[in-house]
Design a protein around this ligand. Structure first.
Ligand code: LLP
Length: 443
């Protein structure tokens, strides 16, 4: 079992002291359930690890992992910054009252309208991703409402973090950032430093996601600090900020629990490396930013499904179909991601035989398989299946494929549940249609 769940006297699973069977009845399924206490304790672990190790730091939650107004509020309350990567994420932050001077604005292709939105409403840091973007900003920066636009430069440090190829971003051959070849980054930073509109604060990198060891992060920090030293030596530019992105991996399965570094050990190692490197370069200690997403929300999130039809192919396999699937969790299909599940209304088998089954979704796609093989107490139609560790990149990557409505989101804490995003209704599915499509199709 991941996180702080427990089993109650009814043999039901509880998340945040809320019975999952009651949650499923009250809010329907599928349902994303987040243990608010667990999100906050991951955030505290980051804060405490930094405050005991390093004088100047900012933690920016990466909204792409999971963002809605309630999450923006929580992040604001905890005093974190927020990393956004599109006009949409930016808008949700602004509408939920998030302090925009704590927003880091990312993106390799910020569109005209996204750039003008951010220039008008303000940002904490703007991460410049390419030369062409810089050229736009040299001109558009004069429109920034709060004076000089504070920018970071995204660098691809040329590091392979050994994670899934689709979530590797720090290699030289990447669509993101400035490569450290042919002085491209150097030229860009020197140009920006001479601008009246831009305030060059520092460097950024994000080498990938679901990274299992600390070593690649430390290498990235070294590469960036070396480059900072080059900028100082050659151009007299001393940068004060070092943003090392997100990427810390988390266990998705019980057996993986021992093989991931803790938040504390990751932060401690980063801080040590930055201190040591700065000392050897005689470089002033920069402000460190990190941008964790998954390691803040993944374990706190679970998805509740109701079991539908169970089909046995004799001698081959038993398929247990649930009322969601690739639409609310595309990760098994996209990355071969593995998940574990619990029968929420019968956690312990109490003498019932266990059996191997495949958990499949309801989409018209053979690959719509959430868990190819798992051993569970015997499952029947109507049971509540809880898939664990779905807090990151599930809600945010959900789709309406097959026109399946997307699930709602519930925050649970100390026995109280609040619906923070309502489930999509069937009428939501025709809300944007412009041909008449009212009740019974007559309006
Ligand atoms: N900062 C930047 C610039 C990023 O691109 C990302 C993630 C993060 C921070 C947060 O990384 P985290 O701490 O969550 O690993 N959809 C994929 C993950 C894509 C990650 C994209 N960037 C998945 O489901 O695994």
């Amino acid at each position: 079992m991941l996180g702080q769940k427990r089993v109650n006297e009814l043999n039901h699973l509880e998340i945040g002291s809320c019975d999952v069977v009651t949650l499923a009845e009250q809010f329907g399924t599928p349902l994303y359930v987040f243990d608010e206490g667990e999100i906050r304790s991951a955030i505290r672990e980051y804060k405490e690890a930094f405050s005991t190790n390093y004088p100047r730091f900012h933690i920016a939650y990466a909204g792409k992992a999971f963002l809605c107004a309630a999450m923006c509020r929580l992040v604001a309350e905890e005093g974190l910054w927020l990393d956004v990567v599109s006009g949409g994420e930016y808008f949700v932050a602004r509408e939920s009252g998030f302090p925009m001077d704590r927003v880091i604005f990312h993106g390799n292709n910020k569109t005209d309208s996204e750039r003008s939105l951010a220039l008008q409403s303000g940002v904490g840091r703007w991460v410049v991703d390419s030369f062409e973007e810089l050229e736009c900003l040299l001109e558009e920066g004069k429109n920034y409402i709060h004076g000089k636009l504070p920018v970071l430069f995204r660098i691809t440090p040329g590091i392979d973090p050994h994670t899934h190829a689709y979530i590797t971003t720090g290699k030289i051959d990447s669509k993101f950032g400035f490569p450290l070849v042919e002085s491209i980054a150097e030229k860009a930073i020197v140009l920006a430093a001479s601008s009246h509109h831009l305030d060059v604060r520092g460097l950024h990198c994000h080498i990938g996601s679901q990274i299992r060891t600390i070593e690649p992060f430390l290498k990235a920090a070294e590469v960036l600090l070396d480059f900072m030293a080059v900028l100082r030596a050659r151009h007299g530019i001393t940068l004060d900020e070092l943003d090392l992105g997100g990427g810390l991996g988390v266990p998705y399965l019980d057996e993986e629990k021992v093989s991931f570094p803790s938040i504390r050990s990751y932060v401690t190692a980063l801080c040590e490396k930055v201190r040591e490197k700065c000392l050897s370069l005689s470089y002033p200690l920069p402000v460190i930013f990190v941008e964790p997403g998954r390691s803040i929300v993944n374990t706190a999130g679970s998805t509740l499904y109701r079991v539908g039809f169970v089909k046995e192919v004799p001698g081959v396999k038993k398929y247990v179909a649930v009322d969601g699937g690739m639409t609310d969790n595309p990760r098994p299909m996209l990355y071969g991601a593995r998940y574990q599940a619990i029968v929420g209304n019968r956690v312990e088998s109490k003498g019932m035989p266990w059996e191997k089954v495949a958990i499949v979704g309801k989409c018209c796609e053979s690959g719509d398989i959430l868990i190819p093989e798992i051993e569970l107490p015997r499952v029947w139609r109507g049971d509540i299946l809880v898939v664990e560790g779905t807090g990151a990149y599930n809600y945010s990557m959900a789709s309406n494929y097959n026109l399946v409505p997307r699930p709602g989101v519930v925050f649970v804490r100390d026995g109280a549940a609040r619906l923070v995003v309502r489930p999509e209704s069937l009428s939501d599915l025709v809300r944007r249609d412009l041909v008449p499509c009212g009740e019974s199709g007559k309006t």
